[in-house]
Design a binder for this molecule. Structure first.
Ligand SMILES: Nc1ncnc2c1ncn2[C@@H]1O[C@H](COP(=O)(O)OP(=O)(O)OP(=O)(O)O)[C@@H](O)[C@H]1O
Length: 741
């Protein structure tokens, strides 16, 4: 591993205002030796590096420009702003330039990494109040400065608060991630927004409402809770749920009972920040005057105390990465997404309409308020054994699963950087010399995009070139489904890189690979493509659940299964359904139609004899080509049937008439008794039938009477009700009138 003698941790003086001015740093990649990876974000990998001419340790943040879904002019402007930032609590960029299709941002190296890392490694349940107080105060100073300069950070969280060895605290990630990604995206789509869900202010989540620097104050309040508990509120929920909870629920805060160990002033300060009405939130300047910060100890005392006995940052980062890789190896892809989500990777890219659609599918069984105990339990579970030693224990055991990761790491450290710099390396935006040379920048970026790794490898024969190529390849490789990749790819999706509307603009290769990533991360938001975006949020079981839920929308099911539509009916056959001249009873029509439709939907004709007969004949009538030899038997058959039916009817009618005569039936029977035995039997059956008919008739009459009686009663009751109602109204009016009088 290339570290040791050349590595030098920055001093307090270096971290302060008196940091070397930008001109001291050259714009050639050859002058920088990338060392260990010390962090990664949504679009960047951060390395400890050596600025060779001065033998000085710095940090290089490598942003893949291919993946930045932002206007390059925005990038350039923000890079320039970064250079102008000058505050002891804000990480500034010494300079930046393009190497292949990466933007290298040269920054001070913060040897202890982020507060999030520190908590993950040694304080999973949060920090002590004095430490929190120091960190928050330094952060507030940074915010006060930025707001005073007219900037909004937009991504305040523990992961972006960096700590140096002496305990110096600085707010990082300003002017690169936040500004790079917010600008373009928000302008392009008013229904999308960017940020890290748990930290995002309600007004940021509300499309069209607009937000200002007060959004940072909300995020600051959430960060305070994050430092107190080891995780942000709602972090166990999928992102859309977090968004909805942020909008709908009461603001989170420190609980007076559960958070007994924290002071009243701390609780009050947090409550002041987490007010939904942004106009009621205090400014950073005002917050600095809050009693909570009155007796704040210097971070060099408090923060420094939590840095003892910790291994070098890169080893910690490596351990965390391996732990995450192990987590991936032992769980579903969605579990990974959740893990990433909990890590708080920023710059989620949401579509509010998708969100609403998803929100409808969220199981309301979830508690409306996050139970911190549950959350803590979750964190404990995830971070169980997060001590440094345990990380290594895990990594040793899981080496087999992490061969790819290890291989990449081995490659990284094996290469001896140096040699000739890449021809494509060039000064970028913030470096004033060529800041206005978009062609050059564009050219390099295009080159990187179109020729991809081939161009870089052909151009970079040197070790340094190989090293840089590896940097890019690692970034790419990590975009795969494995741990980092999962992280990176999903983050990219969240960043808005991988979204349908942009798909057409991507090159086929890129699109292909992106699609692959989307598949890997398809998640709960179901947002088709963006699903993945939500995958992050998507706790695994939510993920599957949401996707499934979408697919199983009741309405869709009903339509597809139970209703006959043009999609599942053979229209040609439907047209052949005969038109019945004499309307049968409604029930019969319904039966016929439903039978026909059912039959049509399965591609068969109705088999009901009556329908079959009618339709059959009508079809033959319409068909002029049918010969008389076919028609005549049918017609004869019809005549016979009709004649037979006429006979029956006539017979019944005559019997009925006879029955109306006094003693009719008996007379008739007596008459018949004198006839043959057969006639007697027939007469007996006839008599019984007639008796049945009588019985039915009388029942029908009585039922009709009952029906009429019921109807009358109904009308009567209605009248009574109306009368009663009128009386009541009259009474009320009378009372009112008398009252008024
Ligand atoms: N100057 C630095 N010194 C040491 N470590 C750093 C430095 N800058 C960043 N890091 C580490 O790298 C991580 C990622 O950096 P950064 O947040 O700038 O990237 P990003 O892509 O903007 O990430 P995200 O937007 O997801 O927060 C940080 O969380 C931190 O741990």
């Amino acid at each position: 591993m290339v570290r040791g003698g050349s590595m030098r941790r920055p001093s307090l003086a270096l971290a302060a205002v008196s940091e070397p001015a930008a001109p001291e740093f050259t714009l050639s990649a050859d002058d920088y030796r990338l060392m260990e990876e010390v962090g990664f974000g949504a679009n960047a990998v951060v390395y400890r590096a050596i600025f060779l001419p001065a033998n000085r340790t710095i940090a290089v943040k490598c942003l893949d420009l291919d993946r930045i879904n932002s206007n390059l002019d925005d990038v350039r402007k923000e890079a320039q702003i970064m250079k102008l930032i000058d505050h002891p609590n804000v990480i500034k960029a010494y300079c930046s330039f393009v190497v292949d299709h990466n933007l290298w941002v040269i920054m001070p190296f913060m040897a202890e990494g982020s507060c999030l890392h520190l908590m993950k490694v040694a304080h999973p349940d949060g920090l002590e109040e004095p430490v929190i107080c120091s960190i928050l105060k330094e952060t507030l100073k940074a915010l006060a400065y930025l707001h005073g300069q007219g900037h909004i950070h937009r991504d305040v969280k523990a992961g972006n608060i960096l700590v140096d060895s002496p305990g110096v605290v600085k707010l990082g990630d300003f002017g690169v991630s936040a500004c790079l990604f917010d600008r373009g995206d928000r302008q392009r789509s008013r229904n999308t927004f960017v940020g890290t869900p748990c930290w995002m202010a309600p007004e940021v989540l509300q499309p069209g409402t607009g937000y200002n620097f007060k959004a940072d104050i909300w995020s600051f309040g959430i960060t305070a809770l994050e430092l107190a508990h080891g995780h942000a509120p709602f972090s166990k929920y999928p992102p859309m749920k977090v968004l909805l909870m942020t909008l709908q629920n009461a603001p989170p805060g420190l609980d007076y009972d559960r958070d007994r160990k924290f002071s009243k002033s701390f609780k009050e300060m947090v409550a002041m920040c987490l007010v939904k009405d942004q106009t009621k939130r205090p400014t950073a300047e005002k917050l600095l005057k809050h009693s909570f910060f009155k007796n704040t100890k210097a971070p060099q005392l408090t923060v420094k105390s939590i840095l003892t006995d910790l291994p070098p940052l890169w080893d910690r980062v490596k351990a965390l990465q391996q732990k995450d890789a192990a987590h991936l190896a032992s769980s579903e892809q969605e579990a990974l997404s959740m893990s990433e989500y909990q890590r708080g990777v920023s710059a989620w890219h949401f579509d509010i309409e998708d969100l609403k659609a998803q929100a409808l599918l969220i199981n309301d069984d979830d508690p409306t308020e996050l139970k911190e105990d549950d959350d803590s339990a979750r964190i404990n579970e995830v971070d169980k054994g997060t001590s440094f030693e345990s990380h290594f224990g895990q990594s040793m055991l899981l080496n087999g699963n992490n061969h790819r990761l290890n291989h990449e790491r081995t490659c990284t450290t094996a290469v001896n950087p140096g040699g000739n710099g890449p021809e494509t390396s060039d000064e970028f935006a913030s470096d004033l010399g060529n800041a206005d040379s978009p062609r050059m920048v564009d050219g390099h970026i295009k080159q990187g995009t179109e020729n991809d790794s081939l161009s870089s490898t052909s151009k970079q024969g040197s070790e340094g070139g190989n090293r840089r190529s590896e940097v890019r390849q690692r970034q790419r490789t990590f975009s795969g489904p494995v741990m980092y990749s999962g992280t990176r790819s999903s983050s990219l999706i969240e960043r808005g890189y991988i979204i349908d509307k942009d798909a057409g603009a991507r090159s086929p290769n890129k699109q292909k690979s992106d699609t692959g990533r989307i598949d890997d991360l398809s998640g709960p938001l179901s947002l088709s493509t963006r699903a993945s975006a939500n995958s992050l949020s998507a706790p695994i079981r939510s993920s599957g659940g949401y996707v499934g839920s979408l697919g199983d929308k009741p309405r869709v099911e009903i339509k597809g299964r139970f209703s006959v539509t043009s999609e599942n009916v053979d229209l040609a056959k439907v047209q052949e359904i005969p038109v019945v001249k004499i309307s049968p009873k409604p029930q019969e029509v319904r039966t016929q139609v439903s039978t026909m439709k059912r039959s049509a939907s399965v591609g068969a004709w109705p088999v009901k004899a009556k329908s079959m007969s009618n339709s059959h004949h009508r079809k033959e009538f319409r068909d002029s080509s049918v010969s008389a030899s076919i028609l005549i038997p049918h017609l004869e058959n019809l005549v016979q049937q009709t004649t037979f039916q006429q006979d029956i009817i006539t017979n019944l009618m005559s019997n009925l008439q006879q029955n109306e005569k006094p003693n009719g039936p008996q007379t008739r029977v007596q008459t018949m008794v004198g006839d043959t035995g057969v006639e007697t039997g027939s007469a007996e059956r006839e008599r019984k039938l007639l008796a049945k008919v009588f019985e039915l008739q009388s029942r029908m009459i009585s039922l009709t009477d009952e029906l009429i009686a019921s109807k009358l009663k109904h009308v009567q009751l209605q009248e009574e009700l109306n009368t009663h109602y009128c009386q009541e109204e009259t009474g009320d009016t009378g009372e009112d009138d008398s009252g008024e009088a």
